[in-house]
Design a protein around this ligand. Sequence first.
Ligand SMILES: CC(C)(COP(=O)(O)OP(=O)(O)OC[C@H]1O[C@@H](n2cnc3c(N)ncnc32)[C@H](O)[C@@H]1OP(=O)(O)O)[C@@H](O)C(=O)NCCC(=O)NCCS
Length: 312
Amino acid sequence: MFLRVARHTNNLEKIETFYVNILGFERLGGFQNHDNYNGVFIGKSGLDWHFEFTESNDNVNHHPDEDDIIALYPTTVLEYNNLLENISRNNISIITSKNPYWNQNGKMFLDPDGYRIVISPLRAKNIIAKNQSSKSNKSMNILLETERLILREILPTDEMAIYRLDSNPNVHRFLGNNPITTMEESRKYIDHIRNQYTQNGIGRFAVVLKETNEMIGWSGIKFITEPENNHVNFYEIGYRFIEEHWGKGYAYESAKAWLDYGFNEMKIQKMYASANKENVGSIKILKKIGMQQVSEFDWNGIPCYWFELENK
Ligand SMILES: CC(C)(COP(=O)(O)OP(=O)(O)OC[C@H]1O[C@@H](n2cnc3c(N)ncnc32)[C@H](O)[C@@H]1OP(=O)(O)O)[C@@H](O)C(=O)NCCC(=O)NCCS
């Protein structure tokens, strides 16, 4: 059996734009003036269901209540995250569901006709492009290689390198947070990053010097879920290196590799970054990889630049 969910609308164009451009469906077909009805079929090729939206000379007469919901289940974490990013970029507000289940298991918002839609990560597998994340050992199976560097997941055994990195006040000069003072903090930080791998399928990665096999810092893509400069649920590029390895082009080399990976493998639509306005080195790197400085904002009292780059 095939399923078609048909709905009347006074905003056919807006509805089509919303379901296709924001929610990522396809326009499967449409018709004009069939007994005074215009319509579009919206779905995904290969699926045995789709929406039909119709417009006629009559005004719509909808009475959806707060529990009338369309629930969508993206099949990968990446698809789920991309949808959230799209929704946020289009300034669509996330609303609270009357039924608490959906607040715990998804994000609710309204379509242009005021119907409630939920996207839920419950069926999303933690797959990133070609790289599969295995839940059993939480290993990332992503390994990038550049001319001089290996970019691999951060491991619990990196605690000493993270300590060397993050206990140095010079490293934290423009970061607005305090250097760490104990190995326990180093371990907690590693746990925090590895949790992001599981939750978001991506996070900061260790940068290892091929020549010596030494971990010299981290670099990578983080999925940011807290609001920053009026953005939420976006991918950000960042890096941090042990001081003795500064000035050798490693930050640029790794950041470029991550930008390419984010655009070509993860298919991220827009990459973001930010830097303290005084962090000349970081600003230079971001500009060198092609990020565009689009605005300024205040981050916890620190004046920062905001960078963006569209994946074209
Ligand atoms: C900022 C940081 C990542 C730079 O790393 P790096 O490996 O030294 O940077 P690179 O060698 O790749 O430098 C790339 C370019 O920036 C320039 N640059 C780097 N640091 C600079 C500085 N402090 N002042 C001026 N230019 C600088 C380099 O000369 C190079 O320019 P070029 O391409 O014209 O030769 C490093 O200093 C660091 O880890 N700082 C602490 C953490 C931090 O601030 N992270 C960024 C948060 S937004």
